[in-house]
Design a binder for this molecule. Sequence first.
Ligand code: FES
Length: 121
Amino acid sequence: MLPGMPEPSASATICDLLGEDPWADGDSPRPTLRQALRRCQPGQVVPARYRGADMAIFVLGDGRAFAAPDRCPHDGGLLSDGFVDGDRLVCARHGWEFEAPTGRCPLRDTCVPLRTLGRKG
Ligand code: FES
């Protein structure tokens, strides 16, 4: 579980997570979750900051949007530097893949805690 993140639920929507970040410091170069989701187009990954945590926001080709901690469980690579391949977020550093919406890495015994943000478009 991410520090400060609400418990995940199947009914989570964009409204659950979006809003101004009360933990944001004004000097962070990362956009808020709301700004990041606005910028992120289907097939893209962008960095964000939510409740003081660095996040990777990505949108699948069908418009479903997700958030994950911006640290790969393999070796700490930035997931926001990765890319979307089908329904997977791929870490650019060594290529580990994480399935949406579970966050499961099919070839490894690990996962990232993905959070569903809703649907764009
Ligand atoms: S750091 Fe992500 S695959 Fe190695």
